[in-house]
Design a protein around this ligand. Structure first.
Ligand code: ATP
Length: 304
């Protein structure tokens, strides 16, 4: 019997390092980033429909607000791109069960695009290898290739050129979520505005961070995390500074805005420290809601 439906689970990400070079002539910035995939997951279920019925989509789960339920959804775009590249008639329904916060700097849309690539490959028995999937992924967005592989990886170019990072150990995270997102282009524009007139160096990998990941040393990882977009995210959303302060006061090993924000990610020593910090953040009243997670976890994967 041919398979009629498949569910793919895909994680969120945080950036342990996000170094942003000067704005290039094409409007983009060269980056050096260190991604880690963490245990907050969306589930994308793709089911075959009658011939000629096209692509439909529904969104369910904890975070549906602001997610387009039409052809603007990255999952639909991923499906259309594969259909055109592989010359397929694709009649499917896509359901996304969202647990990854929307517009939070955790690559939720990119994650769903990666999950959809894996689902369509499976459902249509395309037999795509990792390279072919990555090629499709990079056309959909700079974070999409990482969401296929997961783990911990260094991203260069616009973040889409990946090298696996040598990382040991488990890292525990507390995430302070905002009810209202920030759009990535607005944060880059603010970053350019704040840095106007300064000499911006080409971004480099932080060696101390890489050594600490290799040594499974969360204390040094926490101390050496950095995000060049943090000042811009805080400039657009000044309340984020209060959130960062509360986390540091309650013993986080490191605190930073994740990607373009506004999610703030705190690295903590262990699960117990995570629980304590989650309680403190909730009690502080400066945070919309709090989630806990660990990483690294694997990328987009078919659920058995
Ligand atoms: P990144 O970290 O990759 O910059 P983000 O986590 O800040 O992204 P997303 O959650 O990916 O942001 O959402 C950004 C915008 O993308 C949303 O506001 C929404 O309009 C659009 N979008 C398209 N497809 C999706 C999807 N499947 N899930 C969430 N947002 C989507």
């Amino acid at each position: 019997m041919p398979v009629k439906t498949v569910t793919v689970r895909v994680p969120a990400k945080v950036n342990l390092q996000l170094s942003v070079g000067p704005r290039e002539a094409d409007g983009y910035h060269n980056l050096v980033t260190v991604f880690q995939a963490i245990s907050i997951f969306d589930e994308v279920t793709v089911s075959l429909r009658e011939p000629n019925s096209g692509i439909s989509i529904s969104i369910s789960g904890d975070h549906t607000h602001g997610v387009p339920a039409d052809s603007n959804n990255l999952a639909v775009k991923a499906t259309e791109l594969i259909a055109s590249e592989y010359d397929l008639d694709v009649d499917v329904h896509i359901d996304i069960k969202k647990s990854i916060p929307v517009a939070g700097g955790m690559a939720g849309g990119s994650a769903d695009a990666a999950a959809t690539i894996v689902a369509i490959d499976y459902l249509f028995s395309l037999g795509m290898n990792r390279e072919e999937m990555s090629e499709i992924a990079a056309q959909l967005g700079s974070d999409v290739p990482f969401m296929l592989s997961g783990g911990t990886a260094i991203g260069t170019g616009h973040g889409e050129q990946l090298t696996p990072a040598l990382s040991r150990g488990v890292y525990h995270w507390v995430l302070a979520l905002s009810t209202v997102g920030l759009t990535t282009p607005a944060v880059y524009d603010e970053c350019d505005r704040l840095r106007a007139g300064s000499e911006i160096a080409e971004p480099q990998t932080h060696e101390v961070l890489m050594q600490a990941l290799l040594a499974a040393d969360p204390k040094t990882v926490g101390a050496s995390m950095s995000n060049d977009l943090q000042a811009a995210a805080c400039s657009l959303r000044p309340a984020l500074r209060l959130v960062l302060d509360v986390g540091q006061e309650y013993g986080a090993l490191g605190a930073l805005v994740s990607g373009s924000g506004p999610t703030v990610a705190f690295l903590v020593a262990d699960e117990e420290a995570g629980l304590d910090l989650a309680v403190a953040l909730t009690a502080s009243g400066v945070v919309g809601s709090v989630a806990r997670a660990y990483g690294p976890v694997g990328g987009a994967k078919v659920l058995a």
